[in-house]
Ligand binder design. Sequence first.
Ligand SMILES: Cc1cc2nc3c(=O)[nH]c(=O)nc-3n(C[C@H](O)[C@H](O)[C@H](O)COP(=O)(O)OP(=O)(O)OC[C@H]3O[C@@H](n4cnc5c(N)ncnc54)[C@H](O)[C@@H]3O)c2cc1C
Length: 277
Amino acid sequence: MIPFDFEYYRPESISMAVEWFQSLQAQGKNPIYYGGGTEIITLARNQSIQPGAVIDLKSVPECNLLGFQNDRLVIGACVTLSTLTAVNPFPLLSETAQGVADQTARNKITMGGNIFSEIPYREAVLPLLLSNSHIVIAGKQGIREISIHHVFSEQRRLEAGEFLVCVLIDRTYLTLPYVHYKKRQIGFVGYPLVTIAALKKDTQIHTAYSGVCPFPFQSAEMDRLLNDISLPRAQRVHEAILQLPAPIMTDTEGSASYRKFVLQQTMLDTIHALESR
Ligand SMILES: Cc1cc2nc3c(=O)[nH]c(=O)nc-3n(C[C@H](O)[C@H](O)[C@H](O)COP(=O)(O)OP(=O)(O)OC[C@H]3O[C@@H](n4cnc5c(N)ncnc54)[C@H](O)[C@@H]3O)c2cc1C
C-alpha cells in the first residue's frame, strides 16, 4: 500500500506532459514522470519518495515508438524490456534487457524507467553507450537530441521537468559481434555483481560496465588498454582495472575485493570471446 494520496495524470502529447509538469511543480505538488512504476511504487511504499502527482508517459505516442526511421532504430521511452526482447531489433540490447529482473517485472519496466532509475545499475544503458546512441529529451525549453554520453557521464544529467522521449541508435551497430555477461551473487534474477556488455567494431573491442562502480560507464582509456595486443591478456585487464572511473562498489551483492576478482575473470572472458571473431 502507498500510505499517502497523490494525483495521477496521463498526457497524450509531449507538450501536454511538459505543461502539466510545470503547472504541477508551480502548485508545489512535486510531480514525477512515471514509466512502468516498478521503482516509483517500491520507493513510495516505503516513503523514500512522496510525489504529490505522477505523470504517466505511456499515452504519449512518441514514447511508444519501436521501429526504424531512415538508418536509425527508434525506441520509445515507454517500450517495455519484454517488448524489446520479443521484437529483438538490437540483440545486445535484448540480451541485456533479459538480464534485468524477472519476466513479470520486465513486462512493466520501461526503457526510460530503467535508464533513469535511482538504482546504480541501470543496465539497459550499456548497449546505448556502446552504440554511441542519441536520445531525445523534452522539457520546457522544447525538444532536443543529444548524445547519450552527455547525459550519462557518471551522473545522469537531465534538467528538472525534462523527460526521455526516445532513443536513437545507428543501424550499423545493431548487427556487430557482441557478448553480454551478467554475474550475480546467486541464481538467475537479481542485481549484478558485474555486468559487461561489449561490441566489436572495426577490429576494436568496446566494453561497458554495470555493478562495478556506483554508475554504469564506458571508458575509452580502458578500451584502449584492452585492445593493446602487444601485451598478454591478463596484463591488459590488470592495467584497464587501474583506470576504473571510481572505486569498486561494496554493497549487499558483494564486497569490492570479490567484485574485482569477478570483474577480472569476466573481462578475460570478454576479450577471449571477441578477439577471435
Ligand atoms: C525484482 C527486480 C529486480 C531488478 N533487477 C534489476 C537489475 O538487475 N538491473 C537493473 O538495471 N534493473 C533492475 N531492476 C529494475 C529497476 O530496479 C527499476 O525498478 C526499473 O528500472 C524502473 O523502471 P520503470 O519503468 O518501472 O520506472 P519507474 O518506476 O516508472 O521510474 C523510475 C524512475 O525513472 C524516472 N523515469 C521514468 N520514465 C522516465 C522518462 N521517460 N524520462 C525520464 N525519467 C523517467 C521516474 O521519474 C523515476 O525516477 C529490477 C527491478 C525489480 C522489480
